[in-house]
Design a protein around this ligand. Structure first.
Ligand code: NI
Length: 217
């Protein structure tokens, strides 16, 4: 298996629409397995083919609590319910986190690597990761869902920037964390796996310039 190079903004391939996969053959399976290896190597929870330079509708996902990666070919979200605020990062946008709205629950269909039809019902992190990765197939980045530049965080500007590198994989009870004034941060897209606590949101501010730079391309 090969570790592939992950494209980052402003690489224009991240803005293009991926093509449907007509036939699930060995080349697709090999790409999928290389993407899984690349996702592991990067410590991510998901990766979409355009992020490794392939405009094909193929994503891989592995949530923190799961033992095996999922390979989803031609994934389509067929239903979205509810809305929730989440924090999100992306391996193609290194060093940043954003606060955006995602669905609470989604339903999706896809094809497995053996060509079987799959139907999925997802909530929480799984729903978020699915929406994030399917967005990549349409050239959409989480940056497009930001409502304001204040919703984007430059991690290098965090006072405790060092601390942000040890993400906790354990998912704590969200209610309990709220009562302690902590916030759950999901590094969903693909960045590091898991969850970090950020106690002081006041330091989580990025400049307008950061956002402009990121939105280019
Ligand atoms: Ni991403």
């Amino acid at each position: 298996m090969t570790i592939l190079q992950i494209r980052t903004v402003p690489d224009p391939i991240l803005r293009r629409k991926s093509r449907k996969i007509r036939e699930v053959d060995d080349a697709i399976r090999e790409l999928a397995h290389d993407m899984v290896a690349t996702m592991y190597e990067a410590g991510g929870v998901g990766l979409a083919a355009p992020q490794v330079g392939e405009l094909k509708r193929l994503i891989v996902l592995q949530l923190p609590e799961e033992k095996e990666a999922r390979i989803l070919i031609n994934p389509e979200i067929t239903r979205r319910d509810g809305e929730r605020e989440v924090e999100e990062g992306c391996l193609s946008v290194p060093g940043y986190l954003g606060t955006i709205m995602r669905s609470e629950r989604v339903k999706a269909r896809a094809i497995s690597e053996s060509g079987a039809k799959l139907r999925l019902a997802a909530d929480q992190i799984f729903a978020q990761a699915l929406e994030h990765e399917v967005d990549h197939l349409d050239g959409i980045l989480y940056l497009d869902h930001l409502k304001s530049h204040e919703d984007l965080v430059d991690l290098s500007k965090l006072e405790e920037a060092e601390h942000q590198h040890d993400f906790e994989v354990e998912v704590e009870d969200e209610g309990l964390m709220k009562s302690r004034g902590e916030k759950r941060v999901l590094i969903a897209g693909d960045l590091t796996d898991g969850v970090a606590d950020i106690k002081d949101e006041k330091i989580l501010e990025a400049t307008e310039k950061d956002l402009e730079q990121l939105s280019e391309g």
